[in-house]
Design a binder for this molecule. Structure first.
Ligand code: GSH
Length: 360
């Protein structure tokens, strides 16, 4: 049983954020009990991530963040101290690595859950290298899933759709930043200049996208010269981003053993890949109920320019390795590794929980 006196870890997330999905998947995969880590929602659309109190937790103003009590003392009389882990990536101490190590198959102290605690860290040096490469690729500039979301329109009709979807979100984000900037001017205790600069830069970056999206419902002929120029530049950036993601896919393909990144066993890299692929699939018009072959087809069509992922993975083998029925599967049928990965991942209770309300 967990001791109510013990300080708990808090995980700050936003429900529609891609990188929040990674530690949420990890919590399920590691068998953490529901009361072991407090989940705190940070509403990015309301600018909750920019408030001075959240910036004290994570000065980057991003989710996810895991705040863990330092285990220097377990004495409830002494105020517990906390440290924040601000990144999902594996470059230093990252959130998923921390969650992985904190609940091991051997230690079942301070836990309310009897669920198994599989090790998610890769088992060999070669696997660590492959896993890190995959995680780096997924977090690279060329693979940036948030960038691909903001740049998910390469013609007028796609822009109209994207605009209807995101103008309210961006408008409310700007409003939140304005309130913080204005509020600080009149406040008795002011925030640092660095924080004001941070808010102003976030405002500029958000405004640059909103500037293009706010006119999204208009046809090209209704735009003035400056708006037309902005739209042209946006399309140029969008085409280039969606062109460059082909290379990320091909490099990932080379690293994947299948059906999971490192073969039969789920590891840290799969949690990043699951979140990334879910986002790419969503941006390509897929839904959570689509199977692996369907999401691959939709992604290929959306990336366009004749893009095709190699179909070199045995369907029967993929299903056998993921513990799925292999009845009526022709032995020579092949599919993309991403399709096999998707079908394997979709069966897991972690995935079903995180994507219960559809892809994000
Ligand atoms: N490198 C960070 C990236 C986190 C990140 O980009 N988070 C996004 C949501 S998925 C965010 O908080 N964006 C808020 C903003 O930029 O306003 C990680 O891997 O944790």
């Amino acid at each position: 049983m967990s001791d109510p006196q013990l300080p708990k870890a808090s995980l700050y997330v936003y429900k529609r954020s891609i990188w929040s999905a990674v530690p949420l998947l990890a919590l399920e995969e590691k068998g953490y009990g529901p009361d072991e880590v407090i989940i705190k929602q940070v509403d990015l659309s309301e600018g909750d991530n920019f408030t001075p109190s959240y910036l004290r937790v994570n000065h980057n103003g991003t989710v996810p963040t895991l705040v863990v009590p330092l285990s220097t003392t377990l004495d409830p009389e002494i105020e517990s101290r906390y440290k924040a882990i601000r990144d999902t990536k594996a470059c230093h101490v990252a959130i998923v690595e921390f969650l992985d190590k904190s609940r091991s198959p051997q230690s079942h102290t301070h836990t309310t859950s009897a669920a198994p605690a599989p090790v998610l860290a890769p088992a060999t040096i070669a696997f660590v290298t492959a896993s890190n490469k995959v995680i780096e690729l997924l977090h690279s500039d060329a693979g940036n899933p948030n960038e691909l979301m903001w740049l998910n329109a390469r013609d007028d009709s796609e822009l109209a759709e994207l605009s209807a979807q995101f103008v309210p979100f961006l408008t409310s984000k700007i409003r939140a930043l304005d309130e913080l900037i204005e509020g600080n001017k009149n406040a008795e205790v002011k925030v640092s200049e660095k924080t004001v600069l941070f808010w102003e830069n976030k405002r500029l970056a958000t405004m640059a996208i909103l500037d293009v999206l706010k006119d999204g419902a208009k046809g090209s002929q209704e735009l003035d010269a400056s708006a037309q120029l902005k739209r042209d530049e946006y399309f140029k950036a969008a085409r280039s981003a969606w062109f460059n993601v082909r290379d990320v896919f091909m490099q990932l393909h080379k690293e994947m053993i299948g059906p999971y990144v490192l073969g039969d066993q789920l590891s840290v890299a799969d949690l990043h890949l699951a979140a990334w692929l879910a986002r790419l699939a969503m941006l390509s018009g897929a839904t959570a109920s689509d199977d692996g072959n369907t999401i691959v087809r939709k992604i290929e069509a959306h990336v366009g320019n004749g893009f095709g992922l190699p179909k070199d993975f045995s369907v029967a083998e993929a299903r056998r390795r993921s513990g799925l029925p292999t009845l009526n599967i022709p032995p020579n049928e092949r599919q993309s590794r991403f399709a096999a990965f998707w079908d394997a991942m979709k069966e897991r209770s972690s995935w079903k929980k995180v994507y219960a309300d559809d892809l994000h």
